[in-house]
Design a protein around this ligand. Structure first.
Ligand code: SF4
Length: 257
């Protein structure tokens, strides 16, 4: 696809119905098209649209092995609700194998490296062979996402990135979820607006930025899936050191098999 064609599509689809962006992508890229689903509210909007409109888009999740139990339960609930499979894409190493090589609880000492091993590398493998991938990123989530377009070139050569709800607000997302009775993570009602891996996610208090609960106490705001490759540095001399363990406490590998 040419740069002109992509820019034209982005202009036409901007601000429109996300289903139109998904159908645009299906027409051009299916079956080499997939949604990366983290089971966050935004991704659940897209799963709902894909499921209800029977769109031929593969859905996968990056199963780090340290999701909350509630997230694993939601995974099963989503599959049952929409009659589709959410494929689990897993890292090369189990939590115990990673601990043996890099030391226990790598996320407390080197979260960038941990995210690289458990998310970025598996995502790169999952995207191999695809023409385009769909994400639930919104522009107002983080500074890094502020310039996202509805359709754009991914930083990986030859890949298109489709962000159907880039222009949506937080309220747009939740209005859709309530309206269509979409299953969501019960932790959202317990102070967790943004939910990632259990060791790196903590609740937030009223008025706090929703993403403050991710990697609390760290400068880290992204897992690296939607930004350029981050310098990793050696384990123990960290790019995103976290001074204190995140809720729900010091996780061990046994907690999250
Ligand atoms: S969010 Fe935390 S546990 Fe999950 S991959 Fe990143 S550093 Fe590791």
């Amino acid at each position: 696809m040419t740069d002109e064609g992509l820019a034209g599509a982005a202009a036409v689809l901007e601000g429109g119905d996300p289903v139109a962006a998904l159908e645009w992508a299906v027409a051009r890229f299916a079956p080499r098209l997939a949604l990366a689903c983290s089971f966050g509210p935004e991704d659940l909007v897209l799963v709902d649209l894909i499921g209800r409109h029977r769109l031929p888009i593969d859905v996968f999740t990056l199963d780090t092995g340290v999701f909350f139990p509630e997230t694993y339960a939601l995974w099963r609930q989503v599959e049952a609700t929409y009659g589709l499979q959410v494929r689990g894409v897993r890292p090369a190493q189990s939590i115990d194998e990673q601990a043996a090589e890099h030391g226990p609880a790598l996320w407390t000492r080197a979260p960038d490296r941990c995210c690289h091993l458990r998310k970025v590398v598996p995502l790169t493998a999952a995207l191999e062979g695809l023409a385009a991938w769909v994400t639930g990123i919104r522009r107002d989530q983080t500074p890094e996402r502020a310039s996202a377009r509805v359709v754009e070139r991914d930083r990986r050569p030859g890949l298109i990135k489709v962000n159907p709800i880039a222009h949506w607000s937080h309220d747009d997302v939740w209005a859709h979820l309530y309206l269509h009775d979409v299953p969501t993570n019960p932790l959202h009602q317990q102070g967790y607006p943004s939910i990632g891996c259990a060791p790196c996610t903590s609740p937030v208090v009223a008025g706090e930025d929703p993403r403050n609960g991710r990697w609390r106490g760290s400068v880290k705001t992204e897992c690296g899936l939607h930004v350029g490759d981050e310098p990793l540095g050696p384990v123990g001399a960290l790019t995103s050191a976290r001074p204190e363990p995140a809720e729900p406490g010091e996780a061990t590998s046994k907690d999250f098999r």
